[in-house]
Design a protein around this ligand. Structure first.
Ligand SMILES: *Cc1c(COP(=O)(O)O)cnc(C)c1O
Length: 347
């Protein structure tokens, strides 16, 4: 089966807008800067997980499943999008989250709850596998068939979504008569980045794909992981492409203050500054865990010429997640910076 003939169920709105960031382009004064609004795919606000879920949910339907289970941190965007997809298709949504119920449903959890999800918090990672088996057995005992979506939707089937996104971008470049030299995205569970690297080769795109990691990683490891995963996907669909670790372009940022910040889901003032910069200039909201960190890297790369040379055009992939801005923790952390960024007048 070729990658282009893999079946999918329609869940999102496409093509997602590809727009020039006029003010960011002026602000940085280098090449033209564009943004691809994969944060607008829907359902349940969407994000990059929708392109993957279209393929995964097709498999859930084809195998007669009645419930969909997925996994992640308590604020998983992937979980929220999966729930949105499940309810749209009439399937029961189940989330198994690594973490503790704080007793307060904010950000993505607020939305998961609104969509009627069965939410399980698992605080001890050592108990995860057994707990998942028990939960599935419980649903099966009541007649459900549970489809398990892997973390981040990143298996070869899910990655097809981002291979095919390259075709959509190439078509928009042609329609809008724009030239793009570099694409910048986030790398987490790898489906997006590996998919786009493969898509760029498969469809002979004129751009390369560069990623910013969401958590600190020793240089070299992630490149190998991405290459291995991409090669697995390539083999699965007979794409005939081989990716070497040295072909994988990851931007880490300065050693003292890497783009990934201190840890996953732990934004710092520099990341928040990047979020505020895009909000102020384009009215577009990023998220604190993924795209804020990536956009900081994007600005730096444009400014300093790492990967992106003076005069070259670059496209930022907005992969979603802005609702994580409204988690209690992030709101608390952000208060001072917000006050400094606006004026408030009590009358
Ligand atoms: C999951 C996610 C990513 C990372 O994508 P992967 O395919 O997991 O690497 C990036 N941005 C947002 C907002 C996400 O939710």
């Amino acid at each position: 089966m070729t990658v282009e003939s893999v079946k999918k169920v329609k869940l999102g709105h496409y093509p997602t807008p590809l727009e020039k960031m006029e003010n960011m382009t002026k602000l940085l004064g280098k090449g033209e800067l564009f943004i691809k609004r994969d944060d607008t795919t829907g359902p349940a606000f969407g994000g990059n997980k929708t392109r993957k879920l279209e393929y995964l949910m097709q498999e859930a339907l084809d195998t007669g499943c009645t419930a969909v289970m997925t996994f992640g941190g308590t604020q998983t965007n992937h979980g929220r999008t999966t729930v949105g997809a499940a309810v749209k298709l009439g399937l029961k949504p189940i989330l198994v989250l690594s973490g503790t119920d704080t007793g307060y449903l904010s950000g993505n959890l607020n939305l998961d709850a609104m969509m009627g999800t069965d939410i399980y918090f698992v605080s001890d990672p050592a108990k995860m596998a057994d707990t998942v088996a028990e939960i599935i057995a419980k649903y099966e005992a009541q007649g459900d068939k549970v489809y398990q979506v892997p973390v981040g939707g990143s298996n070869p089937l899910g990655a097809v979504g981002y291979i095919m996104s390259v075709k959509e971008i190439l078509q928009q470049m042609e329609e809008q008569k724009v030239k793009i030299d570099h694409v910048v995205c986030t790398v987490g569970s790898m489906g997006t980045f590996a998919g786009m690297i493969l898509g760029a080769k498969y469809f002979n795109a004129p751009f390369d794909v560069i990623a910013v990691p969401v958590s600190p990683a020793p240089k070299g490891d992630k490149e190998k992981d991405v290459a291995n995963f991409a090669n697995e996907v390539s083999k699965t669909y007979g794409m005939g492409i081989e990716i070497k670790p040295e072909d994988v372009k990851i931007a880490y940022g300065p050693d003292a203050e890497p783009y990934s910040g201190e840890a996953y889901n732990k934004p710092d003032p520099v990341t928040r500054e990047a979020i505020i910069t895009l909000a102020k200039n384009e009215g577009i909201m990023l998220d604190p865990t993924y795209t804020g960190k990536t956009f900081r890297g994007f600005i730096d790369m444009v400014k300093e010429g790492q990967f992106i040379k003076e005069g070259e055009n670059a496209l930022f992939i907005h992969t979603g997640g802005a609702m994580a801005l409204w988690t209690k923790e992030h709101l608390d952390d952000m208060q001072q910076q917000l006050r400094e960024n606006c004026t408030t007048t009590q009358i």
